[in-house]
Ligand binder design. Structure first.
Ligand code: ADP
Length: 473
């Protein structure tokens, strides 16, 4: 199901691509549809007009002919003679008197089926405007008028011309025009979709290029599009200028954090040192004074650690963090770290490791800092009576160190964010536990600087396991 979903292209109803494609396709369809409709209507007008002129001439001539012939013969005979002389192939005439009786008709009616003839002859009203009509499956242009003889109306003339063949040809043509228009619209829509996609390609490229720029390469990042339209090139240039400004301000901020951390750390370390020595040497302090001095010393220590973290991050960002990569025996390292952690946290630390030595390429002191950071978190975010496990393992190419606790766990949706700077999950709990939200981002920065990586697996109220993978030497 997931696979199928992946195969189907995602259509975003608000995308510029869809809007442009639909907009241009609708406009082209309307334009082409109107043109096809107008062409059809015009051809039919031409067809009717051609026959209309013919039968209108007959309708005008017949009364004049009857007038002339009636000088020589009785009106009925004159009428018939005039009708006969004007009769032509596909042209049919008949005259009805005021009682709606036929008093004369052309002699070619036998060419039409009886049913059609009866239907046509039953037409009663006078047809002054030529029009096209379908009778008995055939098409006719009809016209007519009065036939006056010696000032008296002899009857109503009906002239029709059979245009079935032309009309059928016209209908075939209209159908072809319709099919042709639909095919053209489909082909045009596909072509428009491809054209719009290609036209928007540079914008997509720009977006892809921008999305991979990280803070680390802000300074060197340059967007360049070779065959893009000038508007997009201009946009890329604007982006480049913005990137340069961003890089500059990021550099200034980094410098500022680095300077401030450095400047504050030295006097604070001195203050902390004095506080420690006063606490150690003075025996005449009362309970309140001792408590106040201890609080001051622990706050100073916490701030020194925060400043050290900020300094490390700033140095790592500018690439000035020094690493001394060497072959480290991890078995010894975790025993040392566990001993240190047990001392300051008063927590049981279980070591699970294979008996054979596992060696990784790392900076010994930095790795110690990383593990102490993780153990510190494990202590902070679990109950005092639960142990913390340090596990050592190895794969073909990698050495693996795991720090696991049986603590509160991290909600799934926050697991991907805990490595961000200053991010602290579960506000309600963390606000009562000391911390700055920098520990894990330092861990990540340091591990990645040693070509390793760090991941987390956690379940709420069951515990968390942080896994560090380092290259084996
Ligand atoms: P903090 O100074 O808040 O500990 P970190 O960067 O070390 O900052 O950790 C970020 C957040 O990740 C913490 O605020 C905490 O919510 C969560 N977290 C880290 N380690 C653990 C752990 N072992 N168990 C549960 N939550 C943890």
């Amino acid at each position: 199901m997931k696979q199928l979903h992946k195969l189907q292209p995602q259509i975003d109803p608000f995308s510029l691509r869809l809007r442009l494609t639909v907009g241009i396709a609708v406009l082209s369809t309307l334009g082409l549809g109107n043109l096809a409709f107008w062409t059809g209507w015009k051809i039919q007008q031409i067809l009717i007009n051609n026959h209309k002129n013919n039968i209108e001439t007959i309708a005008q001539r017949l009364p004049r002919d009857v007038q002339i012939y009636s000088e020589m013969m009785p009106p009925e005979a004159a009428l018939q003679k005039s009708i006969d002389s004007l009769t032509a192939t596909n042209t049919y005439l008949w005259v009805k008197n005021s009682e709606n009786q036929i008093i004369g008709k052309s002699n070619n009616w036998n060419q039409l089926p009886n049913k059609t003839t009866t239907e046509l002859m039953s037409l009663g009203e006078m047809i002054l405007q030529a029009r096209i009509e379908k009778v008995g499956g055939r098409y006719f242009v009809l016209c007519g008028g009065a036939v006056p003889v010696k000032g008296k109306i002899l009857g109503n003339l009906f002239v029709i011309q059979d245009v079935t063949r032309e009309q059928q040809m016209f209908l075939v043509m209209v159908r072809s025009l319709g099919v042709g228009s639909i095919v053209t619209i489909i082909v045009m829509s596909i072509a428009i979709a491809i054209y719009v996609k290609r036209s928007l390609q540079p914008l997509m490229q720009l977006s892809q290029m921008t999305s991979v720029i990280s803070i680390a390469d802000l300074g060197q990042a340059k967007l360049y599009l070779d065959k893009a339209p000038s508007e997009v090139k201009e946009l890329a240039q604007t982006f480049n200028m913005m990137l340069a400004r961003l890089s500059q301000s990021w550099e200034q901020e980094r410098q500022f954090v680095s300077n401030v951390s450095h400047e504050l750390r030295t006097p604070l370390t001195i203050v902390h040192g004095y506080l420690q020595s006063v606490l150690r040497r003075q025996t005449n302090l009362n309970e309140m004074q001792r408590e106040a001095l201890e609080t001051a010393a622990s706050e100073a220590e916490r701030t020194i650690r925060l400043l050290q973290d900020l300094l490390d991050l700033a140095r790592a960002d500018s690439g000035y963090l020094q690493f001394c990569l060497e072959e480290c025996v991890l078995n010894d390292l975790i025993v040392e770290v566990a001993g240190m952690a047990e001392k300051y946290s008063d927590r049981q630390i279980i070591i699970e490791n294979q008996n054979k030595p596992i060696i990784a390429k790392a900076d010994y002191n930095r790795l110690k800092q990383i593990l102490l950071n993780l153990i510190d978190n494990a202590v902070k975010y679990s109950e005092a009576n639960t142990p913390i496990t340090l596990k050592l393992d190895q794969q073909e190419q990698a050495a693996i160190i795991q720090v696991a606790d049986q603590g509160y766990g991290i909600p799934l949706q926050q697991q991907s964010r805990i490595f961000e700077r200053f991010y602290r999950a579960d506000e309600a709990r963390t606000s009562s536990i000391g911390g700055s939200g920098l520990g894990l981002s330092i861990v990540k920065t340091l591990v990645e600087s040693m070509d390793g990586n760090v991941t987390v697996r956690s379940r709420l109220n069951e515990g968390s396991t942080f896994t560090i993978t380092l290259p084996r030497s």
